[in-house]
Ligand binder design. Structure first.
Ligand code: DON
Length: 298
């Protein structure tokens, strides 16, 4: 089945890799990997599933998860709402009354989540993020320095978002620290196979099905999956839910994860993106898999 879906999607070479962060353009544009990991730990894979690339916005649900573990549901809700904003990922977006970012999966919400991570100092706070992602993946992940430096050199809009959030009191720590952690988390390097295990960990109520280590409590995993359902695909969220019907998250590195709770995680890597910043083949492969395996549940 995976081979068939791969073959159906492989010939679509439309779209282009992201290049607004210079280092992101330095990828083989036609790489394509597809993985499915079950909640009992089996991993099926086809294509370029062991090429390293940066997690980018797929980091957002995992840092949000760690913020929830550190601050609790109410502690996070005081800073970030759970409404789908239907906006592009880099929209400068605040709710009129509370001033909170409405959507935890776009940059304003994600930078706020990064500001809520506990730790002794900046290095410790990022190390806790890195270790959290590693528990989901079941191996020690590291940061791609070149991508981090490229994003830190060019990320003026994200700095502007961080300063704006600080000015209205939603971020109550140094905004440079929060934005730097966000740049670093986006630069964590993963493979398509890692992403499938991370997705399967969400499917398995927060327990990594390969290592059997708990990465997140069951109740917080539910919250993360709910937010991925309504907010994970930016301005394509409605289209995604109607055509794929699974909680998901995409990143401009070319990855997508999708989760069928209790059952499985899917991951795709293909760096050519559509106009909304989602992987062209990634969206097509998830649609096709959902249709063939009747995964559509929400
Ligand atoms: O905020 C940024 O510019 C990136 N580092 C992450 C953006 C991203 O992946 C958006 N996703 N589709």
């Amino acid at each position: 089945m995976l081979d068939e879906v791969y073959a159906v999607c492989r010939d679509d070479t439309s779209g282009a890799p992201a290049d607004y962060i210079p280092e992101l353009a330095a990828v083989a544009p036609d790489s394509f990997g597809l993985c499915l990991a079950t909640a009992d730990g089996l991993v099926y894979q086809v294509g370029d599933t062991d090429i390293g690339f940066t997690i980018q916005s797929i980091s957002k649900p995992f840092t949000y998860a760690l913020a929830l573990a550190d601050r609790g549901l109410d502690g996070v809700a005081a800073h970030i709402d759970v409404e789908p904003s239907g906006e592009p990922f880099n929209e400068i977006s605040l709710e009129p009354d509370s001033q909170r970012p409405s959507n935890p999966m776009i940059n304003s919400g994600a930078i706020t989540a990064a500001s809520l991570i506990d730790g002794r100092d900046a290095a410790d706070r990022f190390e806790r993020v890195r270790r959290c992602y590693s528990r989901f993946a079941g191996r020690e992940l590291t940061m791609n320095e070149a991508v981090y430096e490229s994003e830190a050199r060019t990320g003026y809009r994200n700095r502007a978002i961080g300063y704006m959030l600080r000015s209205v009191g939603i971020i109550d720590v140094d905004p440079d620290d929060a934005v730097d952690r966000y740049f670093r988390q986006c630069s964590i390097e993963i493979t398509c196979a890692d992403l499938a295990v991370m997705a399967a960990t969400l499917a398995d109520n927060g327990i990594n099905p390969r290592t059997h280590e708990r990465a997140l409590s069951t109740s917080l995993t539910e919250r993360v999956l709910s937010v991925m359902t309504t907010c994970g695909m930016y301005n394509a969220a409605g289209d995604w839910v109607t055509t794929v019907g699974l909680p998901a998250k995409s990143g401009v590195g070319g990855g997508i994860i999708a989760v069928l709770p209790g059952q499985l995680g899917i991951s795709v890597y293909s760096p050519r993106l559509d106009g909304q910043g989602n992987s062209v083949r990634g969206v097509a492969a998830c649609r096709e898999l959902s249709r063939r395996l009747e995964l559509h549940f929400c």
